[in-house]
Ligand binder design. Structure first.
Ligand SMILES: [Zn+2]
Length: 193
């Protein structure tokens, strides 16, 4: 098979750890993925299984990250919720210009109060079976956890298996785990961030 991109190279089938740059996040890897890669221009064609579930897992990993969100992570969360920059800025009570600065990292960060606001907004808007399981006890644990977030942004560094990952972490057990600084869920390995 020829590459559609350069029309020169041959496509080679690959399998293994896939650097998921399409997510817009710099240190995110997918385990056990199959893709085709051009020998000439290195363009890749990938089909990612269970992408909706995967993105919810990534969102959950970002929301429960122990350091301030990066601009790229704010973009990921906003897109995950299907909001435009204008709509998201309105929900946060900001001008689009300010949100754009946070997302592009053009200015110094958004601060911890706004960071918490973004995380809660995402949990509130992400209306699914997992967020429905957040009860009062879990909200309290989340509040405590967000109050301890490190003041400097450090990007999420994780590898996820899209075949097996679930946003199961939204349970009191895993949140308590989170407070003990470690999260481990099926198919998800958080390295740092
Ligand atoms: Zn090519």
């Amino acid at each position: 098979m020829r590459c559609d991109h350069c029309e020169k190279g041959k496509l080679i089938a690959k399998t293994g750890l896939y650097h998921y740059t399409e997510s817009g996040l710099p240190n995110l890897y997918l385990e056990n993925v199959k893709w085709l890669q051009c020998k000439h221009c290195h363009a890749r064609e990938v089909e990612i299984p269970r992408i909706g579930m995967l993105h919810r897992c990534i969102a959950w990993l970002i929301i429960t990250k122990p350091s301030l969100l990066t601009g790229q992570e704010i973009v990921f969360l906003r897109k995950m919720l299907g909001k435009s920059q204008k709509e998201f800025a309105e929900l946060l009570g900001l001008s689009q210009v300010v949100l754009n600065r946070w997302e592009t990292g053009a200015r110094k960060g958004h601060g911890s109060a706004n960071d918490t606001k973004i995380r809660f907004l995402c949990l509130t808007l992400q209306d699914d079976e997992y967020t429905h399981r957040i009860n009062q006890k879990i909200w309290e644990l989340l509040f405590k956890f967000f109050g301890r977030i490190q003041k400097s942004p450090s990007p999420l560094h994780a590898s996820i298996n899209p075949q097996t990952c679930t946003p199961e972490e939204v349970s009191s057990v895993t949140i308590e785990h989170l407070l003990a600084t470690q999260t481990k869920a099926p198919g998800i390995n958080r390295h740092t961030g």
